[in-house]
Design a protein around this ligand. Structure first.
Ligand code: 5AD
Ligand code: SF4
Length: 442
């Protein structure tokens, strides 16, 4: 059996795609290996969101050149967002790449691998689709802890944020048949999984219409939550423009829908938000935060933010800091703006904030957020949470770690507890990133 090895970069969506790829290949008689040295095919599932994501892949390709010299039968392919962005040009720029396959062409992979091997040709498949959702493919869980899994519920994005490459690499938005989503959740639960995360670029615009059945995202959440009260349900990512009260209401009705919302703000300045084409302003965003607090008082809120977008002034930056002070996020993914080819920004705006200034602004946001995260965690000391145990703590075998509903990591002494169990843990102490607790007798 020919063997394939998969390496994944980028977002959760890409990790979910790698599991679809593994499933498609195994069905056609290819075996998965975790040993690079024995691979006939090395598949690199790539990200294109910022320039440094692409630079990392280029560096990895240089390393793989040496591996290929030891194993000349090895064929290397680039999949995912960078494949879609650069298409066959990538095989010209990077000689060791034999095939390039975009996110909507994975069904063609078995055939492409055969062609590359038998005919010795190079191949590029980067057509985008308006319908492909891989809804009939049961993913093969790669590097799984057997406890939590991703379920992809939709693909693509058509919000066209001015800075973002995703609409060009993942195509039009399309939702997956809800019946297949619920079945996948049920199968995972039957296999012993305790947590699923529903994934999409903008889950709030999930919508399925078929023979009088109309399912929107709140309804989908309800159906997945009904699989079992012992199956936790999470989701990512929400666009603030479409976060509905209806969703918050459904979240409040089910204990197993986790109380954690990722709501990327990107900037606190109305001028920047408009230029970014985000379709909301700071007042709208704060209204959505107030709605979350109203429906779900114990919900954690996390975000994404970009420092130094085109024309951003010191005043705009100060408004971002102000937004962070008002919302008091539990966690934030913080980035420097990186100009991406083909985006609205690249065509119409100038990347005019110099690197040192971007770094200064980013560091200011990071410092503020670090302080807020610590203060938020300090408020948790003394509280008791139900924790789903995920595994051994990285620091000590004597300790386990898990997450509470709010997605905060808690470490505690293991006693007789096993990964996969739900336990009650009382918080004794914390850092900005972790809660430290002790088991409560049950
Ligand atoms: N530069 C910097 N950050 C970006 N993001 C998306 N595009 C860019 C870019 N060109 C960030 C956004 C998004 C997250 C996934 O990545 O904050 O929410
Ligand atoms: Fe990267 Fe965006 Fe593609 Fe995910 S969808 S892999 S974040 S470019």
């Amino acid at each position: 059996m020919p063997k394939f090895y998969v390496e994944t970069y980028g977002c959760q969506m890409n990790f979910a795609d790698s599991e679809i790829i593994a499933s498609l290949l195994q069905k056609e008689g290819y075996a998965n290996t975790t040993e690079l040295t024995e691979a006939d095919y090395v598949l690199i599932n790539t990200c294109a969101i910022r320039d440094n994501a692409e630079q990392r892949i280029r560096k990895r390709l240089r390393e793989l050149r040496a591996a290929q010299q030891h194993n000349p039968k090895m064929r290397i392919g680039i999949l995912g967002c960078m494949a879609e962005r650069l298409q066959s040009q990538l095989m010209v720029e990077e000689e060791i790449v034999s095939f390039v396959v975009g996110p909507d062409s994975y069904r063609r992979l078995p055939e492409i691998l055969k062609q590359v091997r038998q005919a010795g040709v190079k191949s590029a498949e980067t057509e985008l689709s308006t319908t492909e959702t891989y809804d009939d493919i049961e993913p093969v869980r790669l590097n799984s802890n057997g406890i939590s899994a991703y379920i992809s519920i939709m693909r693509g994005c058509q919000n066209y944020c001015a800075y973002c490459v995703v609409p060009y690499t993942r195509g039009r938005e399309r939702s997956r048949d809800p019946h297949t989503i619920v079945l996948e959740a049920q199968h995972l639960f039957d296999q012993g999984y305790k947590e699923v995360t529903l994934l999409g670029q903008n889950v709030n615009s999930y919508r399925w219409r078929c023979e009088g059945d109309e399912v929107d995202f709140p309804e989908l959440m309800r159906r997945v939550a009904e699989v079992s009260p012992r199956l936790r349900v999470r989701f990512a990512t929400s666009h603030p423009k479409d976060l509905s009260d209806k969703l918050l209401e459904v979240m409040s009705q089910y204990d197993n829908i986790c109380k954690s919302i990722h709501l990327p703000v990107q900037s606190g300045s109305d001028r920047m938000l408009k230029l970014m084409n985000r379709h909301y302003d700071s007042a709208w965003y704060l209204d959505r935060i107030a709605a979350i607090r109203r429906y779900l008082p114990d919900c954690s809120i996390t975000t994404d933010v970009i420092a130094g977008f085109c024309t951003e002034t010191e005043e705009d930056h100060q408004q971002t800091l102000e937004m962070f002070r008002k919302v008091r996020y539990d966690y934030a993914y913080m980035f420097k703006f990186s100009m991406r080819p083909n985006t609205y920004a690249e065509k119409h705006l100038k990347d005019d904030i110099d690197e040192t200034e971007k770094t200064r602004r980013l560091e200011e946001i990071i410092a503020l957020q670090g302080k807020i995260a610590l203060e938020n965690n300090q408020l948790e000391v003394g509280k008791t949470f139900e924790v789903l145990v995920e595994g051994e703590s990285h620091r000590s075998k004597e300790q386990l770690f898990g997450r509470n509903s709010q997605n905060k990591v808690i470490v505690f002494d293991r006693h007789n507890v096993q990964p996969g169990q739900y336990v009650l843990v009382r918080v004794k102490d914390c850092t900005a990133a972790t809660l430290i607790g002790e088991l409560v007798e049950q």
